[in-house]
Design a protein around this ligand. Structure first.
Ligand code: SAM
Ligand code: SF4
Length: 325
């Protein structure tokens, strides 16, 4: 039974943990062109600390952990950490969010039991545009990664696309085809205003408009809210003719706060009650001292400070790569 309930009755059972702030890409919507200054290694949680935290969270009723970043696969020793997580915190569902570029290199490790879901971020199928959007990424690596994942594993796959007006908003149909041919679910994400130096209103496309851009817009029917696919911020739709599903993540234009079941932990060990809030609870000192009771108390503090909605959050400039998107 979960014991993490916030002041508004929401049960917290899902934690996103950023294992690194570092990344081999600098996506247009995530980082400034010149990149970010990487946080020094000593300020980043060690794998041992993350394992310790994960065990405490599981005991508090957390059922699912998403490992994210930055780019989780660039951190040294990531797969041996994943193996330890399986042994040390059995029964917790572990899922991964990755830009996919290093999947080909690590496919053997990924194919081992342990991951119950992988989300690959992919914003375009045009090589030049991909290079532009990621600031020098190679599209072929990600496509190979997606292919290998589907050929070599049965891990459920989602493809996440941030749509930016005038940049990649013409890609929906091609990405739907790619997702469909790999048995993956495509999720279209609203461009979120996390940092003014990156965000631009002119590039924002609201979910309502995204839905209008689906091929044959009238063919997509809303899926039942109670299905597993509908938990979290995405609204899912099914094509009545082909059966293909699609998710739309309306972080900006729609309230999903009411059903929010998650907390985030930054790579530096700060637990954030809300993606849009600057405020967080620093778990690091308690993690470093190995004091489980102190960690628990801080987790409760974070849960209790979860705002009712992002309208009530103290917003401020931040980057997904730092807080673990
Ligand atoms: N590097 C990995 C990746 O790209 O999948 C994991 C970390 S990344 C920060 C996690 C997710 O955040 C990605 O799907 C990315 O597209 C999304 N993201 C980053 N900045 C965003 C923004 N401003 N608006 C919407 N989504 C964003
Ligand atoms: Fe890196 Fe992911 Fe941010 Fe792109 S979205 S810069 S891949 S952390």
């Amino acid at each position: 039974m979960g014991v993490l309930k916030d002041r508004f009755g929401r049960q917290i059972n899902y934690i996103r943990i950023s294992v690194t702030d570092r990344c081999n890409y600098r996506c247009l919507y995530c980082m400034p062109e010149e990149g970010l200054e990487w946080i020094p290694h000593e300020r980043i949680m060690t794998y041992e600390e993350i394992l310790f935290l994960a065990r405490i969270l599981k005991d508090l009723g957390v059922q699912k952990i998403r490992l994210t970043g930055g780019e989780p696969l660039v951190r040294k020793g990531f797969f041996s950490f994943l193996g330890s997580l399986r042994g040390f915190v059995p029964g917790i569902r572990t899922v991964l969010t990755t830009n996919g570029s290093l999947i080909p290199q690590y496919i053997d490790e990924i194919a081992r039991p342990g991951l119950s879901g992988v989300n690959v971020s992919l914003d375009t199928l045009d090589e030049g545009l991909f290079r532009f959007m990621t600031r020098n990424g190679n599209l072929g690596d990600v496509i190979d990664g997606i292919r290998l994942l589907t050929e070599r594993t049965d891990i459920p796959l989602k493809i996440n696309t941030v749509l930016m007006k005038g940049i990649n908003d013409g890609e929906v149909e091609a990405l739907l085809d790619l997702a469909g041919s790999h048995g993956a679910v495509l999720r279209l994400i609203e461009f979120m205003p996390l940092d003014d130096s990156v965000w631009s209103k002119d590039r924002f496309i609201p979910a309502s408009e995204i839905l209008q851009r689906l091929p044959g817009p009238a063919m997509w029917e809303r899926m039942d809210n109670s299905s597993d696919h509908s938990s979290g911020p995405a609204r899912y739709f099914r094509n009545v003719s082909t059966g293909q599903r699609i998710g739309v993540i309306e972080a900006v234009s729609h309230h999903f706060c009411q059903s929010c079941n998650r907390l985030r932990v930054s790579a530096t060990g700060v637990m954030r009650p809300c993606l849009f809030s600057e405020k967080g609870v620093d778990l690091r000192p308690a993690l470093l001292s190995g004091d489980a009771a102190a960690v628990e108390a801080l987790v409760f503090q974070a849960v209790n400070s979860k705002p009712e909605s992002y309208y009530h959050a103290d917003t401020g400039a931040t980057h997904m790569s730092r807080i673990g998107g």
